[in-house]
Write a protein that binds this ligand. Structure first.
Ligand code: NAD
Ligand code: APR
Length: 229
């Protein structure tokens, strides 16, 4: 089988962007240690205090725009030289795209987009500009961050499952695997697929992945070098 036909799926979480300076969620300095996600990352929070929710995402949007892809993002983009690569990320930054990855599926939305509060498919690209209370989407509903909040469905879940099922190699990197349904993706891998998990700390998953402990910006380039041969 020529290498281009070999399919690689990357499942990434906040840990891959940590070395680009973006906070994760459940590390000691993580966002959910500083804030209560019930005030910031739920539809109820947005209805209760949209100004607070906009402030939180406006600040993260600016930070993400200032961040640069790190060696892990760049190595993953390099895999496209020889393989058919799809990135399935829980992250809402665009560091995979800016590193050069051409097929990126965002499970939890994107900071550089906003959407109608009524229709999740009515999306506007907003880049790094701030969102303000009172802004309306084209359908007249309140314009909100295009982020999938706790308790909401993940529209990209079925496409993501299809990608994993067809993967010959899977790399899971930088996720605590505590959030569902995203964390369940690991179990859709084929038995004959090569499965690797790179993480700073051991994560409690018995999905049969080879575990490499270490920093993404160090370990991902090593694995990519090995896969590129
Ligand atoms: P959950 O109850 O599964 O919580 C997920 C994790 O977040 C927990 O394992 C815990 O580690 C942490 N957590 C929960 N409450 C917290 C708090 N108050 N402070 C700090 N950490 C907290 O979340 P959920 O609502 O069941 O998420 C699943 C639903 O939400 C699904 O529909 C999923 O698609 C959607 N969703 C969740 C997230 C997310 O950020 N967890 C993102 C996108 C979509
Ligand atoms: N290299 C590799 N792994 C790292 C690094 C690093 N430099 N730094 C941190 N990690 C690991 C941590 O050990 C942790 O296991 O990354 C993981 C980050 O886990 P979380 O903070 O829980 O982030 P994530 O798994 O992406 O969260 C999933 O939860 O709040 C929601 O929507 C949010 O998409 C997010 C979802």
């Amino acid at each position: 089988m020529n290498q281009q036909a070999i399919k690689i799926v990357i499942i990434s979480g906040a840990g891959i962007s940590a070395e680009s300076g973006l906070a994760t969620f459940r590390d000691p300095d993580g966002l959910w240690q500083q804030y209560d996600l019930e005030d910031l990352a739920t539809p109820q929070a947005f209805a209760r205090n949209p100004a607070l929710v906009h402030r939180f995402y406006n600040s993260r949007r600016i930070q993400a725009a200032k961040a640069e892809p790190n060696a892990a993002h760049l190595a993953i983009a390099k895999l496209e030289q020889a393989f058919n690569v799809v990135v399935v990320t829980q992250n809402v930054d665009d560091l995979h795209e800016r590193a050069g990855s051409s097929k990126v599926l965002h499970l939890h939305g994107k900071l550089n987009e906003a959407r109608s509060s009524k229709n999740p498919n009515l999306i506007e690209v907003i880049g790094q500009r701030e969102l303000k209370v009172g802004e309306l989407a084209a359908d007249g509903s309140a314009l909100r961050p295009n982020i999938v909040w706790f308790g909401e469905d993940v529209p990209a879940m079925q496409p993501a499952i299809r990608e994993i099922k067809s993967a010959d190699k899977i790399l899971v990197v930088g996720t605590s695997l505590q959030v569902y349904p995203a964390a369940s993706l690991l179990f859709y891998a084929r038995d004959d697929a090569e499965k690797v998990l790179i993480n700073l700390e051991a994560t409690d998953t018995d999905a049969g992945y080879q575990f490499i402990q270490g920093k993404a910006a160090t370990e991902v380039p090593k694995l990519v070098k090995k896969w590129l041969g």
